[in-house]
Write a protein of this length. Structure first.
Length: 246
């Protein structure tokens, strides 16, 4: 166990109000590519930039093309929770972790067993008809050959925040409150460059800001502990070795 992970373990062992804020890097160890690395989504070549194809206006005007891209590059039905997801779920079961705040839409935190998950950008596992609001499961979108349609004939859309859309104010308020109340804030797998989500970090008032990310972030100067290792291995090593009576 490295010195940094040993420090993290000590912090976790002595804390009772921990909040985790994570991004795409949390799920890369589950086989889901991130966005901005060399082989990430934003460095792939399409007729339109990913930001355009994932925008609400593109969805409305080119719904079929949107769904081809969305199914091909945004949905990973076989992905399973990795050590990071499982470690966080374990911390929550111990009563230490109060909330997981995620920018991901893959629902892997919930699959791992986490209960208090705040999904800033929605979830690919929730879908609804734009006309009658009937709810549809993930499988409806995956199994559709083209644009998934409701029994009423309306277009089914994923309950995710597209470009040009605002984040859910209720979820943002809950996330801000959780961070404001946190004793320890762990930020992992995110460059902290996507706003307004990244701005939530400014609400933190505690004395233990921990960054687990392979690259630098705008908040490095404010961190009490920085770890440049794989987040799954890091959290797994720290959490799974905590005393059982903690």
């Amino acid at each position: 166990m490295t010195n940094a992970i040993s420090q993290l373990k000590t912090i976790l062992q002595n804390a009772d109000n921990i909040v985790f804020f994570g991004g795409a890097g949390v799920s890369t160890e589950s086989g889901i590519p991130d966005y901005r690395s060399a082989d990430g989504l934003y460095n792939t070549k399409y007729a339109y930039p990913p930001e355009t194809m994932l925008s609400y206006s593109f969805f409305v005007r080119h719904t079929s093309e949107f769904y081809r891209f969305y199914r091909d590059k945004m949905l990973y039905p076989d992905a399973q929770p990795n050590k990071a997801h499982l470690a966080l779920a374990g911390l929550e079961k111990r009563g230490k972790l109060k909330a997981v705040i995620t920018q991901n839409i893959d629902a892997l935190h919930s699959k791992a067993g986490s209960v208090n998950v705040l999904e800033l950008h929605g979830s690919a596992y929730r879908n609804y008809c734009m006309d009658c609001k009937k709810q549809y499961p993930f499988e409806t979108v995956i199994q559709s050959d083209d644009v998934p349609l409701c029994s009423c004939g309306g277009v089914i859309r994923p309950d995710v925040v597209m470009y040009e859309e605002g984040l859910d104010e209720r979820v943002m308020e809950q996330a801000a409150q959780a961070i404001r109340d946190a004793e320890v804030l762990i930020v992992g797998g995110t460059s902290l460059s996507v706003y307004p989500a990244a701005g939530l970090i400014r609400y933190y008032r505690g004395g233990k800001l921990i960054l687990i990310n392979k690259s630098e972030t705008p908040y490095d100067d404010y961190a009490d502990l920085i770890i440049r290792e794989n987040i799954g291995e890091t959290l797994g090593a720290a959490v799974f070795t905590l005393p059982c009576n903690e």
